[in-house]
Design a binder for this molecule. Structure first.
Ligand code: ASP
Length: 302
């Protein structure tokens, strides 16, 4: 079989008591999603199908800040963003300010495949979801206690945006990113996750998905920058990811993380903060599942 590889993330940022208390559940959630995505690749599914299916699993897991478990804005409402990109065709679809849609990543895919547009926001996104008969849920389905507490404490962080990048057996790459955004944000705020080139990008050489402080990721156009460094400077994947994270213009001193996969099945992880929930299986079948700086499936000594 040709080389296949997959990497996922479940958000990057500061550590928290909640993450520590749910450490094992986070690792299990990451591992389960990773293994399901990898099994699809082994069966010959396309990278595009795999990143969508894997992100759906993470959206359904309330521990992550996407789909069920999304962050609440300052009005106490959930507004979700998502994007998907096919590295082979460079086709992309994105949605922002999405309500009620159980799996926003599938709506992003519909934008890509069923419309002539790249990005649909707000009420139009909801109408498109209805038109395509995507599953809708009442607003309280998305709301979990952790996010209510973060809002009460006026914490402005993301905690668990999700993403997946994959290389399929035909040598094609894809990327998908989905988020509930940042807690306590202004209503209508749109982050990087649904911005092609910033929080999500794929071409024929690499695919990347980002997480962290969206404003910083947007102004640094991070996912696309990795592709440029590989293409124009010939950098290997991990070096390109590290270079981008190290050299971000950091006027607001934020947290940023990214996952990438290249056409040879290498995977790259890079982040500038306490933790990035992440997992991957590279071209040789090596698996990593981790949250903090070091180790694999092992809690670091604190
Ligand atoms: N990047 C996401 C946003 O700004 C949040 C996160 O990744 O935690 O919407």
């Amino acid at each position: 079989m040709n080389k296949i590889a997959i990497a996922i993330h479940g958000g990057a940022g500061q550590n928290s008591e909640f993450i520590e208390a749910n450490y094992d559940a986070y690792l299990e959630g990451l591992k389960a999603a990773l293994e399901q995505g990898y099994a699809l690749l082994q069966k010959g599914s396309s990278a595009l199908d795999v990143v969508e299916a894997t992100v759906r699993i993470l959206e359904d897991n309330p521990l992550f800040n996407a789909g069920k478990g999304s962050a609440l804005n300052s009005n106490g409402k959930v507004e979700m963003d998502a994007a998907i990109m096919d590295g082979k065709s460079h086709a992309a679809g994105a949605v922002s300010m999405v309500t009620q849609v159980k799996n926003p990543i599938s709506l992003a895919r519909k934008v890509m495949s069923n419309t002539k547009h790249v990005h649909i926001a707000g009420y139009g996104a909801l109408e498109l979801a209805k038109l395509n008969q995507l599953e809708l849920m009442p607003e309280d389905y998305f709301i979990v206690e952790r996010q209510i507490n973060d809002l009460k404490e006026e914490k402005s962080y993301g905690h668990g945006t999700v993403g997946c990048v994959a290389l399929d057996a035909s040598g094609h790459l894809a990327s998908a990113t989905s988020t509930g955004g940042i807690s306590n944000s202004l209503p209508g705020r749109v982050g990087d996750s649904c911005m092609i080139g910033a929080g999500c990008y794929a071409n024929t050489q690499c695919a990347s998905s980002c997480t962290g402080d969206g404003e910083l990721i947007i102004i640094n156009v991070i996912a696309h920058r990795v592709a440029l460094l590989m293409e124009l400077k010939g950098m290997p994947l991990q070096a390109a990811c590290d270079n981008v994270i190290r050299n971000i213009d950091n006027p607001i001193n934020g947290d940023v993380g990214m996952i990438s996969v290249d056409v040879d099945g290498n995977i790259g992880f890079s982040f500038n903060c306490d933790r990035m929930h992440r997992a991957g299986i590279d071209h040789s079948g090596n698996m990593v599942v981790d949250i903090y700086e070091k180790g694999s499936m092992l809690r670091p000594d604190k």
